[in-house]
Design a protein. Structure first.
Ligand SMILES: *Cc1c(COP(=O)(O)O)cnc(C)c1O
Length: 387
């Protein structure tokens, strides 16, 4: 019996070593890992730059309190600000914390300008913003909130695509609209550019804030640094996590000057958030997310998606849809995907589920064409036997 609680349905497999796109199991089997810790290991396993960065920092100082200046954090924040819409950053340790902080920043902003009643956040029903109490109620998923009452107030929901409802929900107490630019857990649903643009316009017109959750789709995964860059909009607040740490737990909330001003000393904090070890790794990750890497994401994405579409034509009774952005790819099946994912695993390809019968495929951003070819072959083989 495991001494670990049973809050995960784990597959009966564990790993002893990882290198790039591959993982070696404890029984010596080699797997092509297209989960990568759920879009976390953006540079693959055992990346030499990250190993160097973490070792270098580990020999200096791991952790100091945020009561002191942390130059490693100053450096990473500066790099983020230089590359993005943001003027200011607060570091956290996870995605849920980052979205929680985003909610706090939105509320605090209106509080600071004398509108404390403007505190409601509008979200998409069955989205995913993490597993803390506020985040599960922001997500508006029955499954995630069941048994965790009382309901955290302050969130309103509209169905994906229902802008009429969205407009109706906005009232004088609305502070922000918070959406994932690409809905990850929700089934790799890419919010169209026109939709993001029109939500930005609605926010401008109503004087409310736009929070774009890029915890999963951000930091190069979409083929641009942020997925919202495709829509050419500027959000007010952006939580990030997953890919920025390359495997080390890092989260952050990115903000414009306007809203960041409200986060005065004492308003928010985290013991671990932004410690030197995390910041050194984050900096090393960011240095690798350069134009060459983004080019690779776009090239590999195009190649992967076009070939998956060929498989879709070849197996029209199995594959319903191929969707995604960059290397955040969803293969939607006509039936439950559990068995399919297991068969891929038995053929040495690791993938993970998302809602709506989607097989989620998350290669590292530096994936090679030969590795995608291998994945395509395994998917083809599994489909063949499904017939
Ligand atoms: C994973 C995820 C989160 C939560 O991140 P954790 O690190 O698991 O807390 C929040 N938002 C989105 C869009 C995510 O994909």
């Amino acid at each position: 019996m495991s001494a670990l609680a049973h809050n995960y349905k784990r597959k009966n497999i564990s790993f002893s070593k990882g290198k790039g796109s591959f993982l070696i199991s404890n029984t010596g089997k080699k797997y092509l890992d297209f989960v990568q810790g759920i879009a976390v290991n953006s540079l693959g396993h055992s990346n030499k730059f990250l190993i160097k960065a973490i070792n270098k920092q580990a020999n200096k100082v791991w952790h100091v309190s945020n009561a002191f200046k942390i130059p490693e954090g100053e450096k990473l924040a500066k790099k983020i600000v230089k590359r993005t819409f943001a003027d200011s950053v607060i570091f956290q340790n996870s995605g849920a914390e980052a979205t929680e902080a985003a909610i706090k920043v939105a509320r605090r902003y209106f509080y600071s300008i004398g509108k404390p009643k403007k505190n409601r956040i509008i979200c998409i029903k069955n989205s995913f913003h993490g597993r803390t109490l506020a985040a599960i109620h922001a997500s508006g998923s029955k499954k995630m909130t069941e048994g965790f009452g009382p309901k955290i107030p302050g969130f309103d929901h509209f169905e994906f695509g229902n802008h009429k409802k969205l407009k109706k929900l906005i009232n004088k107490n609305t502070a922000a609209i918070m959406i994932e630019t690409v809905m990850g857990e929700g089934g790799i649903k890419v919010i169209p550019n026109w939709c993001i643009k029109s939500i930005r316009e609605i926010c401008n017109k109503k004087g409310i804030l736009l929070i774009l959750d890029e915890v999963q789709c951000g930091i190069g995964r979409s083929g641009k640094f942020f997925a919202f860059e495709y829509a050419k909009v500027k959000p007010d607040i952006v939580p990030i996590a997953k890919g920025i740490g390359g495997g080390f737990p890092i989260g952050a909330v990115l903000m414009t000057k306007k809203v960041a001003k409200s986060m005065t000393p004492g308003t928010h904090g985290s013991t671990f958030g932004g410690n030197p070890l995390a910041m050194a790794v984050g900096s090393a990750v960011l240095d690798q997310i350069n134009n060459n890497l983004l080019k690779n994401v776009n090239k590999m994405s195009k190649y992967f998606i076009s070939n998956l579409n060929i498989l879709k034509k070849k197996y029209p009774k199995i594959i319903k849809d191929v969707r995604g952005l960059g290397l955040l790819i969803g293969l939607q099946l006509f039936h439950d995907q559990t068995k399919f994912i297991k068969k891929l695993m038995n053929n040495n390809l690791l993938t993970i589920r998302a809602a709506e019968n989607v097989v989620r495929i998350l290669p590292p951003l530096n994936v090679k064409k030969s590795e995608i070819d291998l994945a395509l072959k395994i998917i083809d083989d599994v489909c063949k036997k499904y017939k």
